[in-house]
Design a protein around this ligand. Sequence first.
Ligand code: PEP
Ligand code: CO
Length: 400
Amino acid sequence: MSATRLLLAARARQQPEWASLDRLKQVLHALERKPPLVDASVCDDLTAELARAATGRGFALFVGECAERFAEARPETVLAKADQLHRLADGLAEATGLPVTRVGRIAGQYAKPRSHPTETLADGTVLPVYRGDAVNAPEPRPQARVADPSRLLRAYHHAETTLSTLFERDLGLAGQTAPERTYAGHEALLLEFEQALVRPAPDGAGQYGSSGHFLWIGERTRQLDHEHVQFAASVGNPVGVKVGPTADPGEVAALIGALNPRRRPGRLTLIVRMGAAHVGRRLPELLDRLGAAAADVAWVCDPMHGNTRVNGAGQKTRALTDVMAETEAFVLALHRRGLPPAGLMLETAHRPVTECVATPAEAAVAEPLPHYETACDPRLDPEQARLVTAFTADLLEAGR
Ligand code: PEP
Ligand code: CO
């Protein structure tokens, strides 16, 4: 029997309605024959680094796009993003004295879960929503929004190009000096794609998702009895799960049991994105419920996704004060229980966009933000990202 399986919609949320199932099958068969995009041994190295961060002897920075575009796979853009990641990480390392693990939201961040399946344009036209370049295109035209399975092959090739640019950079072949390694992570949303890229571990022990080093499950797809969690449980990579404000502590405990039954250090990262208004109460409740099990987890703060506001012009934005408030409450909650904050995940642009604002008051104005380029969520510009990481370094220092 072929490894290709088409999913039952009821058991996996947020899967596209592909325009052609025959084409989807062809594409998946082609993907099954492709070389792995990443090596299992490098995934294991990342697990070891995350284990170090989870015990407070290091820190992990996850930085990059909300929705990566295929056009960004060109070397200049990839190198500019890698430079931003490493610059932020170097700043954190210098300020804290900790080794900082560097993970890009890159080389595979091509699929987006969405709150609504459709989007209504200003003229009243209703279109299927943009779901990431691996599925369709953001242009507000019906043809652009068709879920085209051929895009999965393009996703593979753009990821491959991006990873080889990162790899060459890390080897110092691109004119850089002694860089630290760049790991790549993305949300494992499109299960047929992810499944088609699963490869046996070289030592025959188990299997790895070969689409990226770090794979995470989003807030909308972490149902315990659904396929995303089963997929994550089946691979040897370091995996993450987003944990939002409505997460039931008992369910999170069950997720820890399902995804890391052997309590392998660094295997499981929980990415807390509860929002500045909730994290101060919900995270302590969760930690109390988990008890000793909380120590098996790498706790990472995503101060972006719980703090999205819509401005007077109808654009999604985020206020820097909210982002910092959530980060601070996250660090405090962990420190109070003697647990180390293991990392920070940010959505960033490598160019000076205006998508996030300074304060909630600015997030209420009616004029549209002028340099608004994101294909999905609002990203921090380079200076905002620097401020958040510098603030995080201060918080880590204060707790030691
Ligand atoms: C994201 O990380 O871009 C995302 C969609 O996050 P979440 O699943 O936490 O909403
Ligand atoms: Co996002």
